[in-house]
Design a protein around this ligand. Structure first.
Ligand code: GLN
Length: 493
């Protein structure tokens, strides 16, 4: 056993009781990071972490994150620490400032252990497209199943209990989907709740800072530490940070109105997991929850993926235009500045990124704008209007977080099926609307994890986290990791 296997509150208690120290925790986290077999790391902050940990000698009683090791997806800017977003174009880039979340965590004396691998520039959902190759799913010893992405390294590392939490980003589902595949809590608060200053932009109207933990309680603790106004990010709410940890028991299941969308359940074809979910819904009813089944509108749900794709590619193209070898990026020679840009971008981006930029440029061309880009924005509005209408009468939206357990790396899906269009893509609903949304561990099938997702109206994180923690108690997978999950499975049998 290591203290790293425990919850943040329990590690904090161990620090207060002098059973361990920040330096010991750091050394252990570094050992675990070096022992990683999943390709989770872009950079391990060996010296930086040890130096910082040595200065932490006075555990602060009211600061739960004091001396707690953590990890960051490699698309957060870290002063003097390489940050390349798993893209060749940013090889060797060392930022001169910290992202606001990094600064806040430093002020709390949390210890950065490393930068984690990701799908290149946060585009992708598989964990296979970063410049260091595939990031593996720690639950799958055969290394044939996806870890999920784009925040793959953060997911794989928290599942291996390298640290109790790791930051990622979620533009379409990039924390909440891998959370499902790695038996983790994956949380994306309301758009604007957490400053994005220093997060490399992918599609800013959809981008969220999000993160992984192994319990809902830990998710509340991290939210309180990194939320709140920021002068450097005008899209961040002018509000104090949250008090979600204190409010974790404020709401309960009795009388809680939970909505289930019929089309999403119909598109969820895994009978074994579906039965389990239906049984769980009965259990929720017996605890006083009110379950409402509602039709969303199938055409609108089928429009999520194309709408997401058009908007995110358009925004990505424009936001990544500065990676040109002149302002940013690993410059390749040329005789003119145009040649420099072409050579830099040709060498620096993978096929997936180039494809997305071609699509983004295409939908933004003046002759296509109205028909493609503006139309996608209108579709987004219709989808969000329908969602808001449904949420007016409900507290929580409950869905499966993915169509099933993590798919095989080589498996291809029928892109026109309901399973793909709806079950695999509906998590973007909360990126379109900005609603807070959390995936929590729900079950195992064939020894692989599967999660469910809960969302609430915007700025209702306290309600969402309270209800999620009640779910977590009923499910019984709180604190699960690859190191201990066999114990949980035994109990289940
Ligand atoms: N899988 C989605 C995509 O490829 C989501 C990515 C994300 O959330 N960063 O764009």
């Amino acid at each position: 056993m290591s203290y790293l296997d425990l919850s943040i509150k329990d590690i904090h208690q161990a620090l207060l009781d002098k059973k361990t120290t920040p330096l010991e925790l750091t050394k252990e986290a570094l050992l675990r990071a070096h022992a990683d077999t999943c390709n989770s790391f872009e950079y391990i902050c060996e010296n930086e972490a040890l130096e910082f940990a040595k200065t932490l000698n006075d555990v602060e009683k009211d600061n739960l994150l004091y001396g707690i090791p953590y990890l960051l997806k490699d698309n957060f800017s870290t002063k003097d620490i390489p940050s390349c977003a798993s893209s060749n174009i940013l090889n060797g880039y060392i930022p001169i400032f910290d992202a606001t979340v990094v600064k806040k965590l430093k002020d709390k004396k949390a210890i950065l252990i490393g930068k984690t691998t990701m799908d290149e520039l946060a585009m992708g959902g598989s964990g296979t497209t970063g410049h260091k190759g595939i990031t593996y799913n720690p639950y799958d010893i055969s290394k044939t199943r996806l870890c999920g992405g784009s925040s793959c390294g953060s997911a794989a590392a928290v599942a291996q209990a390298v640290t109790p939490f790791a930051l990622g980003s979620d533009t379409g589902d990039s924390v909440r989907k891998p959370a499902s595949f790695n038996s983790l809590v994956g949380f994306k608060p309301t758009w604007g709740r957490i400053s994005r200053f220093g997060l490399f932009p992918f599609a800013p109207s959809l981008d969220h800072v999000a993160y992984f933990t192994r319990s809902v309680e830990d998710a509340a603790i991290v939210l309180d530490a990194i939320s709140g106004r920021d002068k450097s990010d005008s899209t961040c709410f002018d509000m104090d940070s949250t008090n979600s940890y204190e409010n974790l028991n404020k709401y309960n299941l009795n009388g809680c109105k939970i909505v289930i969308l019929n089309e999403i359940m119909d598109s969820f074809k895994d009978e074994q997991l579906k039965n389990k979910l239906n049984n769980f819904i009965e259990l929720l009813k017996s605890r006083g929850a009110i379950i409402n089944y509602v039709d969303f509108n199938k055409s609108l749900l089928e429009a999520i993926f194309p709408t997401y794709f058009v908007i995110s590619c358009a925004e990505a193209t424009s936001n990544n235009a500065n990676l040109d070898g002149i302002k940013f990026g690993d410059r390749k020679d040329g005789n003119t500045y145009q040649e420099v840009m072409i050579n830099t971008r040709t060498a620096g981006f993978s096929e997936l990124i180039k494809r997305r930029f071609v699509i983004g440029s295409f939908v933004l061309m003046s002759e296509n704008r109205e028909e493609l880009f503006i139309r996608a924005q209108k579709a987004r509005r219709l989808i969000v209007n329908r969602l808001n209408e449904i949420m007016k009468d409900n507290d929580i939206l409950l869905t499966p977080a993915a169509p099933s357990i993590s798919p095989k790396i080589k498996e291809s899906s029928d892109k026109l099926s309901d399973t793909y269009l709806i079950a695999d893509n509906h998590l973007a609903l909360e990126n379109f609307s900005g609603m807070p949304s959390i995936t929590i561990p729900f079950a195992f099938k064939d020894d692989m994890p599967f999660g469910i997702n809960l969302s609430s109206k915007i700025l209702q994180e306290d309600l969402l986290l309270s209800i999620s923690s009640k779910f977590e108690e009923l499910i019984g997978l709180k604190g699960v990791s690859v190191r201990n999950y066999k114990e949980y499975l035994k109990e289940e049998k």
